[in-house]
Design a protein around this ligand. Structure first.
Ligand SMILES: Cc1cc2nc3c(=O)[nH]c(=O)nc-3n(C[C@H](O)[C@H](O)[C@H](O)COP(=O)(O)O)c2cc1C
Ligand SMILES: CCCCC(=O)C(=O)O
Length: 371
């Protein structure tokens, strides 16, 4: 295998993309992307928990060159990494969600388009179709108490060709991001609008202030969505095994184990630590995805070993987009692809479905691999 050639000085890993993004972004927007709730305990824990798990590779398995291609909820993908929904891509690059959609489609990666997108879902989908004949887009929803609006936005996503609905469940209120308080960043700058919120304002693009993160949203809304759309439904933001069991009982099509990248409730457990408990509660009834702190191919393989069908990445995509638009997102995706292929090969695995549970050893904080 030959190493891919990168222009001199280009980031060689996701961490370097983070640093490069910091150099180009308005510090207020950099803070918005990198930040989390309150003391950011969970932001750090998501990443360090991966480092605290060791990989114990098998040798001489003759597994051959790993094949990364996989199906996520039955949707073909070139690797078990999806783009987690992140709002407001135009804050970090003028090509915004259009660039992300092109990169995802060209890379054969599933993109979860955010409801709070700065490009309308129809345009995101059209852009994805420019880069691939059969791109796979899912749509993330913050269910609104206004069910008329919620129905309308779901129908728009369906008509645009989105193939699954990702219902964010961890946001009955907005988390307290003190970086944003310090920067007095509570609304989009002039000219940036939430293009999917037109139905809230009689055809005008919406303002983020109109979005209701409501404590009244409940499992009944998931049931209502089940009756409202034929799209597969994933619930995103599950951390408690009992909630995972409830979701499975309700017949959802997928669960995203997520703490919103540590941006909602601080001091929640790192997602990778919670994954085995959730896998046990669900017992294979529903496919699991996980996001939060995935920065390396070795993180992906750890999540696969502990029960995830795929992982999501949030901030890394925003950093790639900030640094180089579509090319930056592509670079982040292909970096993770190379790292995952390398990790699979070094672990003796033939592909995502060939990752045994005992590949991962939990090492307690005092003797862990990292810190
Ligand atoms: C800038 C930013 C915006 C986000 N916006 C949304 C959103 O609109 N809806 C949502 O469900 N999650 C949102 N998230 C959470 C991500 O979907 C994901 O759970 C999280 O970023 C994963 O952690 P990671 O950034 O460490 O990969 C956002 C995250 C970031 C960093
Ligand atoms: C009003 C919600 C903002 C988008 C979001 O979910 C985030 O920044 O984490």
């Amino acid at each position: 295998m030959t190493a891919p050639s990168l222009p001199h000085g280009a980031p060689v890993n996701v961490r370097e993309f983070e640093q490069a993004a910091r150099m180009v972004l308005d510090p207020v927007h950099d803070d918005y992307v990198r930040g989390g709730a309150q003391d950011e305990v969970t932001v750090r824990a998501n990443e360090s928990a991966f480092a605290g798990l060791c990989l114990v590779p098998r040798v001489l398995r003759g597994a051959g060159e790993p094949v990364l291609r996989t199906a996520v909820l039955g949707h073909e993908a070139s690797m078990p990494v999806v783009i987690a929904p992140t709002a407001f891509h135009r804050l970090v690059h003028p090509d915004a969600e259009r660039a992300t959609a092109r990169a995802a489609a060209a890379e054969g990666v599933i993109m979860i388009a955010a409801m709070l997108s700065t490009v309308a879902i129809e345009d995101v989908a059209a852009e994805a179709r420019k880069a691939a004949t059969d791109p796979c887009l899912w749509f993330q929803l913050y269910p609104q108490p206004d069910l008329g609006f919620t129905r309308a936005i779901v129908q728009r996503a369906e008509a645009a060709g989105c193939r699954a609905l990702v219902v964010t469940a961890d946001s009955p209120a907005l988390g307290r991001a003190e970086r944003n308080d310090r920067n007095d960043f509570h609304d989009l700058p002039p000219g940036l609008r939430c293009e999917n919120l037109r139905e809230l304002r009689g055809g005008e693009p919406g303002s983020v202030r109109q979005v209701v993160l409501s404590p009244e949203i409940s499992w009944r809304h998931v049931e209502w969505l089940r009756e409202t759309t034929d799209l597969p439904i994933l619930v995103k933001g599950v951390l408690h095994p009992a909630d995972a069991a409830l979701a499975a009982d309700l017949g959802v099509d997928g669960i995203m184990v997520s703490n919103h990248g540590g941006r909602q409730l601080d001091t929640t457990p790192p997602t990778i630590a919670q994954l085995p408990r959730i896998a046990e509660a669900v017992a294979g009834r529903v496919p699991l995805l996980l996001d939060g702190g995935v920065r390396r191919g070795t993180d992906v393989i750890k999540a696969l070993a502990l029960g995830a069908a795929a992982v999501g990445i949030g901030r890394p995509v925003m950093w790639g987009l900030a640094v180089a638009g579509e090319d930056g997102v592509s670079a982040v995706l292909s970096m993770l692809r190379r790292e995952l292929a390398n990790a699979l090969a070094l672990c003796g695995c033939a592909g995502p479905a060939d990752v045994p549970r005992d590949l991962v050893m939990d090492i307690s904080a005092k003797e862990g691999c990292a810190r």
